[in-house]
Ligand binder design. Structure first.
Ligand SMILES: Cc1cc2nc3c(=O)[nH]c(=O)nc-3n(C[C@H](O)[C@H](O)[C@H](O)COP(=O)(O)OP(=O)(O)OC[C@H]3O[C@@H](n4cnc5c(N)ncnc54)[C@H](O)[C@@H]3O)c2cc1C
Length: 380
C-alpha cells in the first residue's frame, strides 16, 4: 500500500488535538485570545468518543466520599455546568444514592457525613423508593440532587460556540506527531483524506483523552503514565418502577442505573463487570487505544451486571438490554486508590509549547480553564 500523499503546510496560533468536550472548550477559549485557532478531530463528527459514550452524570460530589477534593470541586462546578448548559440538562428524575451493607468502603453514616461536609442536599428517601431496595443488601437510601446531560445537545451547543468564535474545525483529520520546530514553535504532522500536511503552531493543546500520548510518542516524547480500561455501559429500558429514577449504590463493587438522555434510555454501569480489560501507557511501546478497542472482543457482560445489581434492587432484573456503549476510559493511576478524578495538565510536555490536558469528568473543564488561565508563558 502506498503511503499518504504529501500536501502543503500552514501556520496557526493554536492547534487543538481532539474535538471532544475538552478540545472544544479549549478551542473556544483560545479563539478569544488569538486570531487563528485550528481544531483537528480524527472522526467525521465532534464529540463521538468519551464525551458521548459515558454515564452522562453531572457530578455533584456524592460519588467521591473518599476524595474530599474531587467532591468539593464537583460541588463547585455542578451549578455552573447546569446553568451554562441548561438545554442539555435533565434534572427531572429522582436521584437516589444507597449504601451497600457489605463490601462498601463507607458506611451509611460516613456517606451522609461526607455529603453534609460538602454542603450538598441529602435527605431520607421516601418509603416507596426505599421499598425498591433489598434491606439485606442495602444499609440505607438517600434522596439527593444530581443531573444527567444529553451529550447530543451538548455537542450542538459546543459546535455552535466554536463556529461563532471563529475556530477552524477540521474533521476527519488525524494528528500523527508533534516535534520541536524553529523558534519554539511546534511542528505538527496531520493527515486528512490520505494527504499529509505539516502545520506550524505557536502552541498545541492535546486533548485526545484515551490517545493523549499518541502525537507526543510518535514524535519521540516519552508517554505519561495512564491507565486505560475498555468499558461497557449497557443501555437499557427500565421497568416502570425505575423509569423516573437514578440509582447509585456506594461505595465499592456496585452499580448505577440512571437516565441517558441522548438515547432516551437508562445507562447501567457496574463497577466490577463494566470494565473488560485494562492496560497502562508507559509500561510498553505506545499503541493507539482506539485500535485496541476495535480489536477487543465485545461480549456483553449485561447478564452479569443485571444479576448482581438485582440483588440490591430486584426490579433491575426487568431491565431490557437495548444496546451497549463501548469506550476506553482513561484515568490517572493514582485515582485507583481514592477514586478521585483530578485534572491532568502538563505544560510544555517534552517540547516547548506542547501542552497535555485531560479531565476525569466533564465538569472538570472549568478547573482546566482556571489553571491554564493562571499559568504563565502559555499565551505570550
Ligand atoms: C465509560 C465512561 C463513563 C464516564 N462517565 C462519566 C460521567 O458520568 N460523568 C462525567 O462527567 N464524566 C464521565 N466520564 C468521563 C468523561 O467522559 C471524560 O472526562 C470526557 O468526556 C473527556 O473529554 P475529552 O474531550 O478529553 O475526551 P473525548 O471526548 O474522548 O475527546 C477526545 C477526542 O480526540 C480525538 N482524537 C484522539 N486522537 C486523535 C488524534 N491523534 N488526532 C485527532 N483527533 C484525535 C478523538 O476522536 C476524540 O473525539 C466517563 C468516561 C467513560 C469512558
Amino acid at each position: 500500500m502506498s503511503g499518504p500523499a504529501t500536501g502543503g503546510s500552514c501556520a496557526c496560533d493554536v492547534l487543538i488535538v481532539g474535538g471532544g468536550f475538552y478540545g472544544l472548550n479549549l478551542a473556544e477559549y483560545s479563539a478569544a485570545r488569538f486570531p487563528r485557532v485550528i481544531l483537528c478531530e480524527r472522526s467525521a463528527e465532534l464529540m463521538q468518543r468519551a464525551s458521548f459514550s459515558n454515564q452522562a452524570r453531572v457530578h455533584n460530589g456524592y460519588h467521591y466520599p473518599r476524595s474530599i477534593l474531587t467532591a468539593v470541586r464537583s460541588r463547585v462546578n455542578f451549578r455552573r455546568f447546569v446553568e451554562e448548559f441548561q438545554p442539555a440538562i435533565d434534572s427531572t428524575y429522582e436521584c437516589l444514592y444507597a449504601v451497600g451493607r457489605r463490601f462498601s468502603k463507607v458506611s451509611a453514616r460516613q456517606f451522609y457525613e461526607s455529603v453534609r461536609r460538602i454542603g450538598a442536599a441529602i435527605g431520607p428517601a421516601s418509603l416507596a423508593s426505599k421499598r425498591l431496595f433489598d434491606p439485606a443488601y442495602v444499609e440505607d437510601v438517600f434522596l439527593t440532587e444530581e443531573s444527567a446531560f444529553n451529550s447530543t445537545i451538548l455537542r450542538e451547543i459546543m459546535a455552535e460556540r466554536v463556529r461563532r468564535a471563529g475556530v477552524e474545525v477540521s474533521l476527519g483529520t488525524t494528528v500523527h506527531s508533534v516535534r520541536a520546530g524553529a523558534g519554539n514553535r511546534v511542528q505538527v504532522e496531520i493527515e486528512r483524506d490520505g494527504v499529509r500536511e505539516t502545520v506550524t503552531a505557536d502552541r498545541v493543546f492535546c486533548c485526545a483523552y484515551a490517545q493523549l500520548n499518541g502525537p507526543g510518542c510518535e514524535g519521540g516524547i516519552a508517554p505519561i503514565h495512564l491507565k486505560h480500561e475498555i468499558t461497557e455501559v449497557a443501555l437499557v429500558e427500565p421497568p416502570g418502577q425505575l423509569r423516573g429514577l437514578g440509582v447509585t449504590i456506594m461505595d465499592g463493587p456496585f452499580f448505577s442505573l440512571m437516565p441517558f438522555p441522548a438515547r432516551g434510555l437508562h445507562a447501567l454501569y457496574h463497577v466490577r463487570h463494566s470494565p473488560h480489560a485494562h492496560w497502562y501507557d508507559g509500561n510498553a511501546p505506545w499503541h493507539p487505544a482506539y485500535e485496541r478497542l476495535v480489536s477487543a472482543e465485545k461480549r456483553t457482560a449485561f447478564p452479569f451486571m443485571v444479576r448482581d445489581s438485582a440483588r440490591y434492587v430486584p426490579a433491575v432484573a426487568d431491565c431490557l438490554h437495548r444496546d451497549s456503549l463501548w469506550e476506553v476510559r482513561t484515568v490517572l493511576p493514582r485515582s485507583e486508590t481514592d477514586d478521585s478524578r483530578p485534572i491532568l495538565f502538563k505544560p510544555h510536555f517534552g517540547i516547548p509549547n506542547y501542552h497535555l490536558i485531560m479531565g476525569g469528568k466533564i465538569d472538570n473543564v472549568y478547573d482546566v480553564l482556571d489553571v491554564i488561565g493562571q499559568t504563565p508563558n502559555l499565551w505570550n
